[in-house]
Design a protein around this ligand. Structure first.
Ligand SMILES: [Zn+2]
Length: 203
């Protein structure tokens, strides 16, 4: 594509005042600045689930704008490598300002040890986990991290699933104990979720 004369003029002037007024240019400038600090480059990660589902499928967090899910993680600071003992909650509908006009993220956090600020954002809605035999590892959510890494996941909160053949809707499923049992009236069968494993991988 041939740049229009207007675009060329804007580039040629290279006026500092124009750059400061233009939001896109400011983001580009901070992007250049961030590249000098290795630890703040964004990295993509995925949370993977593997579980034995009997009689149910489409297992997912109960996560909507009206009722956001809090994804609970343990955090490691990539600057000082400290892993913090408390779990933190990440809500994909929440936006927090990063300091120094570096934009927004779902989760903005300051390391208590080295005082560096880092952030993370969940990229899209969770992908429901489908029942299969044998159970397969599947990606539930993807997130980008800048200056931190999530090292452990705790499935607190309510989960949803559906009867494999019956389509019965199950709500308020709790996975934090590592297994779940119920009865599908429509199918006349016991249903369960067992052998749950969580893994966080580079995506
Ligand atoms: Zn730190």
């Amino acid at each position: 594509m041939i740049p229009s004369p207007t675009t060329q003029t804007a580039c040629d002037t290279g006026d500092n005042d124009l750059v400061l007024l233009n939001e896109t240019s400011t983001e580009q400038l901070s992007g250049v600045f961030q590249q000098s600090a290795q630890s703040t480059l964004p990295k993509m990660f995925a949370l993977e689930l593997k579980a034995e589902l009997t009689g149910v499928t489409n297992l997912r967090p109960d996560d909507s704008q009206d009722n956001p899910f809090w994804y609970m993680f343990k955090v490691q600071c990539t600057s000082c490598r400290e892993t913090h003992s408390n779990y933190v909650g990440v809500n994909r509908f929440e936006t927090n300002e990063m300091s120094g006009s570096r934009g927004e993220a779902n989760f903005v956090w300051k390391c208590k040890n080295c005082k560096r600020e880092s952030s993370a954002s969940i990229k899209a809605a969770p992908k429901p986990y489908e029942q299969s035999e044998p159970a397969k590892s599947q990606r539930l959510i993807e997130f980008d991290c800048r200056g931190l890494e999530f090292v452990e996941f705790k499935p607190e909160g309510d989960w949803l699933a559906e009867g494999l053949e019956s389509g019965t809707k199950f709500t308020g499923i709790e996975l934090v104990d590592g297994e779940w049992f119920d009865y599908d009236e429509k199918a006349g069968e016991e249903v369960s979720i067992k052998d749950i494993t969580w893994e966080i991988r580079r995506a």
